[in-house]
Design a protein. Structure first.
Length: 165
């Protein structure tokens, strides 16, 4: 998969990054039947993000993406084309993360999310926005956490741009 972004805002050296455990994640730009895109509003940290998350154990990328979409936006999805990957060196949490990114469409009815306690504590809420509003709302939000401002927002902006949004 083609790398679309390398994020290293904390200037981690290659030697230091080599000592970090690898976290693999799957993310998607998910469209509903009206062409709206799913975002998660992390209300207590003032930013928006795309649905997705880490692979569990020996889980494959597409299975993780299906699971994360069901958990975070309450929807089964049909995964479409690859968008690309994002590599992050996160000194903040001492991990090297690769996110594999795809376009996807809601398959069937929209349901309710099953947020984790951590997500509930951060004030996660689903929003479905028209394509033309998505980039505006992400770029204008001012994340109050270093994770959001240094990693999640820049990562998701790059994913959306690579997806042609």
């Amino acid at each position: 998969m083609k790398q679309i972004l390398f994020l290293n805002p904390e200037n981690v050296s290659e030697d230091e990054a080599a000592s970090y455990p690898l976290r693999e994640a799957a993310r998607a730009v998910v469209f509903d039947e009206d062409g709206f895109i799913a975002l998660l509003h992390v209300s207590k940290e003032n930013y928006y993000k795309l649905p997705g998350g880490g692979l569990d154990g020996a889980e494959d990328i597409l299975s993780a993406l299906q699971r994360e979409s069901l958990e975070e936006i309450g929807c089964n999805i049909e995964v479409g084309e690859e968008i690309g990957s994002v590599l992050e060196y996160r000194k903040l949490s001492n991990i090297k993360q690769i996110s594999y990114c795809y376009r996807a469409e809601v398959k069937g009815e929209k349901g309710l999310p099953d947020f984790t306690e951590k997500e509930k504590n951060k004030g996660f809420q689903i929003v479905w926005l028209p394509t033309e509003k998505v980039m505006q709302i992400i770029t204008e939000s001012k994340a109050t956490s270093p994770e959001g401002s240094l990693y999640i927002v820049p990562r998701d902006i790059a994913i959306l741009k690579a997806a042609g949004i």
